[in-house]
Design a protein around this ligand. Structure first.
Ligand SMILES: Nc1nc2c(ncn2[C@@H]2O[C@H](COP(=O)(O)OP(=O)(O)OP(=O)(O)O)[C@@H](O)[C@H]2O)c(=O)[nH]1
Length: 417
């Protein structure tokens, strides 16, 4: 098995802006800046015993030229920051009911308010065509037909569109609404309920390291999302190691290297050779160094490229072997997360990718990118209807702050109001 090189780009020093309670914030919002929506007190299950925030020794920082065999400097291992993750592909655990979000962004914390504005801006092309449906004066079949058309145009798909229409009609009947504008509010509720099972927090800390494998078609935004996620993880106080498992395309490795540099984290990279071997080496190195997270970036591929899909399966199997190798106690069964990155702009095609990659890899979650400027924002409803996998993050642009946790109510509001 060819050996990959562990390039110590730099070391993960604790970021000054890392909040002291950053880890606990992952329970709902991994990014720790603000909770997406304040959960109402009565609905929340009893809080677990307070866990200390992970104390990352500046350790690796004190060793500018680590070698692969150097022992991990003493550091307090991060406390588990959530209960064990539910098995892969299980629908997300029931979420606490979010309070009704008014259309006034003032109800949100400043960072989240800003995010809502960007999300709303990004989804404008989708929302503008749906909004016109509710400008009439009557609730009649014509309104529902127009809405059906608008939802289909937004790539909501036939099944989710039919489901939403039936649910909406029931809500209209139950509430005896006569105002078309109020119907829009009921549609927000219906869409929120449909999307709710996709809400789930990414959990780290249960295993050291938590191994996250990332796949997707070419150009979906895998590397960019990994870079952004690395930044957020580092800000939350977690140490990250990147694995450049695209061994063939030099530009892909360089791009990941740039993100590693920017975030001052280590990267395992290799020119040519077997991507599975690089992934294996990265997991072993992450384990030896006590990293909190190993992120494995794989090369883009189409689900129709069967040999490349087989290569992905091999990467996954090989990562699993790293978990059962001698002395692997505490690592569980890696990869702990298998994420698919999809380009939200590709609408129903993205749903087809979810199906194909899920069948091949048993995905545990999704990252939906490029929701900025898309007219196909309805695809999340289609995913919720047909393959309800957790959507850990959504992206609305190329900047670092353009990747955030997914919240069903926020998304429904941004899409429809
Ligand atoms: N507008 C927009 N662009 C994005 C977003 N996420 C990523 N991109 C851009 O999409 C392009 C492709 O992103 P990459 O991260 O290189 O995609 P990839 O999946 O790693 O690509 P391959 O390695 O070729 O498979 C880049 O120009 C990114 O800046 C997003 O949320 N919105």
């Amino acid at each position: 098995m060819p050996q990959a090189t562990l390039a110590t780009v730099s070391t993960a020093a604790p970021t000054p802006e890392a909040p002291a309670t950053g880890a606990r914030a992952w329970l709902r919002n991994p990014f720790a800046r603000s909770a997406p929506i304040p959960a109402p007190a009565p609905a929340v299950s009893p809080a677990p015993e307070p866990t200390p925030a992970p104390t990352l020794a500046p350790a690796s920082g004190a060793q500018p030229s680590e070698t692969r065999d150097s022992p991990t400097p003493a550091r307090a291992s991060p406390a588990p920051i959530s209960s064990p993750v539910a098995p892969a592909i299980q629908p997300a655990a029931p979420q606490t009911q979010a309070p009704v979000l008014t259309d006034t962004p003032d109800a949100l914390a400043p960072a989240r308010k800003n995010w809502m504005e960007r999300l709303r801006g990004g989804l404008r092309k989708t929302s503008s065509s749906i909004a016109t449906v509710f400008t009439g004066t009557r609730i009649d079949e014509a309104l529902y037909e127009e809405l059906e058309e608008a939802l289909l145009m937004a790539d909501t798909g036939v099944k989710a569109t039919q489901y939403l229409l039936a649910d909406l009609k029931r809500r209209v009947k139950d509430s005896r609404t006569t105002d078309p504008a109020a119907v829009k509010g009921l549609l927000v509720d219906a869409l929120t309920d449909l999307l709710r099972p996709l809400e789930k927090s990414l959990v780290i800390g249960e295993f050291t390291p938590t191994v996250i494998m990332v796949a997707g078609v070419n150009g979906a935004g895998k590397t960019t999302s990994i870079g952004k996620l690395t930044r957020h993880l580092a800000q939350a106080g977690a140490s990250v190691l990147l694995a450049a498992a695209d061994t063939f395309r030099a530009a892909a490795r360089e791009q990941l290297g740039v993100w590693a540099d920017r975030n001052t984290v280590e990267i395992v990279s290799q020119e040519g050779g077997d991507p599975a071997a690089v992934s294996f080496d990265a997991v072993m190195a992450g384990r030896a160094r006590g990293k909190d997270v190993v992120l494995v970036d794989t090369a883009g591929r189409l689900p129709t490229q069967l040999h490349l899909m087989e290569e992905l399966r091999k990467i996954k199997r090989t990562i699993a072997k790293a978990g059962s190798s001698p002395g692997a106690a505490g690592i569980g069964q890696p990869p702990h997360e298998v994420l698919l990155v999809i380009d939200g702009n590709t609408g129903q095609n993205a749903l087809a990718q979810v199906r194909a990659f899920d069948d091949a890899l048993q995905l545990t979650g999704l990252v939906v990118t490029k929701l900025d400027g898309t007219a196909k924002g309805g695809v999340l409803a289609a995913i919720a209807q047909e393959r309800p996998l957790p959507v850990y993050f959504i992206g609305v642009g190329e900047q670092l702050e353009d990747l955030e946790t997914f919240n069903a109510r926020e998304f429904a509001l941004a899409l429809l109001t």
